[in-house]
Design a protein around this ligand. Structure first.
Ligand code: NFE
Ligand code: MG
Length: 569
């Protein structure tokens, strides 16, 4: 049987630059390679800095998950220096990270992933009356009306007639893999447009607590958000009412638009519950501390590891088991082939094509992603991994929503280990976090009313109070999965800083044992590719991870020179 070599470069509708290569035989993918073709960085920039400034640099790893690297960095430094933050600061961080999840996941579903399943051009054939009837049968959302859907359809029609599809240009419209009826397509396109406005509104929560978005302000030891209900320039009653309204708005949209759309669209694509599972080991470091990040038992999303898709046992996680390998990545290590992040090295050594892209699948090294491994095993991270660890841990809220998905779609639990499972899990946790935000808000207001307005503990602010030498680990389960920052501090300065990021776990290439990373493994797992010239199936599975390559390759070569060569096409 003839082998067709397929190259998708760049994968669009992601953050950053990602190339996927595959071999296709007889309508299926037999082998796949994931290559991060961009090179950037921050770990070296952090060296020799004051650890109190680390969060501000680390945060620039990404402009999408804009708060998570700041919080991971704060936690790493606070771990190293044994700093405890006041309960209000913990709650405010939870609210900010929570809103980041919700914004990220909704944007991913509608703006980055939906068009793999929703045919915009088919929406033009829909009957707006029937579309409104369908939408109202799913949800009480007020804009699910005939007049609104007609308006949206007219807008899209004008767009298409102009010949300038704009944001809808790069779709495989009319591909036989699209299965939604025109009315469902119209409903999804209408919500796609609404979500654009909605996300801008709800993320103002970051600006209220952190001064701006993206990249709000934080502080080691708490939050830089003074609370005084009677002052104008602080968190006051008016600001808190704003926050309250944003949380309600977020919850309403997630419950009345995202969740019903997800279930409705998924019901047409149940076959994707048997496609693209990939790596069978799942890692969740856990997130949303109750009071203190050191209290792992108090995390709302639990910590743990699932091995070989076996949900009967949740294995413990210990950060000591994390290493990064570089067998397939353009780096060099001195004296080792796998390094724990506290001893991590960041030395770029590009050996790829110099002038023109050739097939990277013929090369031993083919990506800028290091390969994180846990006790030598490849891991999958992200919403699905969190959901599986929660499910297997007996987490009531997660079990209830997983049960709802499986029941509504009438699929067995094994369907979770798939492209569809990753996309469904993102919706599940969005609903749970949005509900939890209401509780966190009440907690914060309750504490303030009780007279506790503290958001900062400055008792260890001065370097004179620090040990001469220390090291810390900051964990965070970010929207795209398990994230860790590892810091070493000596004489008041950072001596080594390493970040191991969710997209690095998932987008990594093959390791020294030849084990593929999660994108690669997913594409090699019972994966169709019908028409190599229109590889929509590859997009579905790669997008189901919500790649962020900026995060994944947050490293920098001190000379910076290789960058231009890599970009030559
Ligand atoms: Ni740039 Fe990120 C998230 C982190 S990367 S988006 O979520 O950390 O995978
Ligand atoms: Mg790193």
């Amino acid at each position: 049987m003839a082998v067709t070599k397929v190259v998708v470069d760049p994968i669009t509708r992601i953050e950053g630059h990602l190339r996927i290569e595959a071999q296709q035989e007889n309508g299926r993918i037999t082998k796949a390679w994931s290559s991060a073709t961009q090179f950037r960085g921050l770990e070296l920039v952090l060296k020799d800095r004051d650890p109190r400034d680390a969060w501000a640099f680390a945060q620039r790893i990404c402009g999408v998950c804009t708060v998570v690297h700041a919080v991971a960095s704060l936690r790493a430094v606070e771990d190293a220096l044994d700093i405890r933050i006041p309960p209000n600061a913990n709650t405010i961080r939870n609210l900010m990270v929570g809103m980041q999840f919700i914004q990220d996941h909704v944007i991913h579903f509608y703006h980055l992933h939906a068009l793999d399943w929703v045919d915009v051009t088919s929406a033009l054939k829909a009957d707006p009356v029937a579309a409104a009837r369908l939408a109202r049968s799913l949800s009480p959302w007020p804009n699910n009306s005939e007049s609104h859907f007609k308006l949206v359809q007219d807008r899209v029609r004008t767009f298409v007639a102009s010949g300038q599809l704009g944001i809808f240009t790069n779709g495989y419209w009319g591909h036989p893999a699209y299965k939604l009826p025109p009315e469902a397509n119209l409903m999804a396109v209408a919500h796609y447009l609404e979500a654009l406005d909605w996300q801008r509104d709800i993320i103002r929560l970051h600006a209220i607590f952190g001064g701006k978005n993206p990249h709000p302000n934080f502080v080691v030891g708490g939050m830089a958000s003074a609370i005084n209900l009677d002052a104008r320039a602080t968190i006051n009653t008016e600001r808190l009412t704003d926050v309250h309204d944003m949380i309600r708005n977020a919850l309403r949209f997630v419950e009345q638009v995202y969740w019903p759309d997800l279930l409705a669209i998924a019901s047409f694509y149940k076959d994707w519950g048997a496609i693209g599972g990939g790596v069978k080991n799942h890692l969740a470091v856990g997130e949303f501390p109750k009071n203190d990040i050191r209290d792992v038992a108090g995390l709302y999303f639990p910590r743990g590891i699932i091995l070989d898709n076996d949900l009967s046992t949740v294995h413990p996680y210990d950060q000591a088991g994390v290493t990064e390998e570089i067998t397939s990545a353009w780096y060099e290590y001195e004296g080792a082939d796998a390094l724990h992040p506290w001893d991590g090295q960041t030395k770029a050594a590009y050996t790829g094509p110099k002038q023109k892209w050739t097939y990277l699948q013929d090369e031993k090294k083919y990506t800028w992603m290091k390969a994180p491994r846990y006790n030598g095993k490849a891991m999958q991270v992200g919403p699905l991994s969190r959901c599986l660890v929660g499910y297997a841990s007996g987490h009531d809220d997660i079990k209830a929503l997983v049960g709802e998905v499986l029941g509504r779609l009438d699929v067995p639990p094994a369907a979770l280990f798939s492209t569809l499972g990753r996309t469904a899990a993102r919706g599940i946790e969005s609903v749970l976090i949005a509900r939890k935000m209401v509780e966190w808000y009440d907690e914060l207001v309750g504490r303030i009313k009780g007279g506790d307005t503290r958001t900062f503990d400055g008792s260890k602010w001065e370097p004179g109070t620090w040990p001469k030498e220390s090291k810390g680990y900051g964990y965070m389960d970010a929207p795209r999965g398990a994230l860790g920052h590892w810091v070493r501090i000596k004489d008041g300065k950072i001596t080594n800083y390493q970040a191991v990021v969710p997209s690095t776990w998932n987008a990594s290439g093959r390791d020294k044992a030849g084990q593929p990373g999660a994108y690669e493994a997913a594409l090699q797992d019972n994966h169709p590719l019908v028409d190599p010239k229109r590889p929509i199936e590859i997009l579905r599975t790669v997008h189901s991870f919500d790649p962020c390559i900026a995060c994944g390759v947050h490293v920098l070569d001190a000379t910076g020179r290789q960058v231009t060569e890599v970009k030559v096409q």
